[in-house]
Write a protein that binds this ligand. Structure first.
Ligand SMILES: [Zn+2]
Length: 159
């Protein structure tokens, strides 16, 4: 387990920043619901310093490739074709992601973590997942990316 696990803020927003964090996590939840993957649905939102949304993404296959549910049933095929929500949000961003914040419904995996770092994203906000990625936390710490963890709240808390 990583030593870089900041204590989560309280479930109900007490500051303006927490209120915005919960709003964007709620938006990421909505985007996650658009994924066709029946087993894992993840959503991500990239926001600039003025709280303007730069890009949205969910886990799915690339544009112009088949995107039917049967392909998600075959694990090999799925893992080979899928683009994670965080990567899609970065690739879909309408302008530079330098200095931006990424909101995601699941803790980023190691591969997404290095792309998040390389995209110049300076803050990652996520609810704690049951699927832990301690290396990602270490990478973020090493690269100076701030990590903000919220408790794994019931669905309605993000709405
Ligand atoms: Zn990932």
């Amino acid at each position: 387990m990583s030593e870089y696990l900041p204590s989560p803020p309280s479930p109900s927003p007490t500051t303006k920043q927490e209120m915005w964090d919960l709003r964007f996590l709620s938006m990421a939840r909505l985007v996650a619901s658009w994924s066709k993957d029946p087993s894992t649905k993840c959503g991500a939102v990239v926001v600039n310093g003025r709280r303007i949304v730069l890009g949205l993404g969910y886990n799915g296959f690339p544009r112009n490739m088949k995107d039917n549910e049967e392909l998600y049933q075959d694990r090999e095929t799925k893992l080979s074709r899928v683009i994670h929500a965080e990567m899609n949000a970065i690739l879909n961003s309408s302008s530079s992601t330098q200095g931006s914040t990424l909101y995601t419904t699941l803790e980023p995996c190691n591969r997404c973590a290095v792309h998040i770092i390389q995209a110049g994203i300076k803050k990652v906000v996520t609810p704690m997942s049951y699927d832990r990625w301690p290396e990602s936390f270490d990478y973020f710490k090493e690269a100076g990316v701030e990590m903000v963890l919220y408790p794994p709240l019931p669905h309605h808390m993000y709405m």
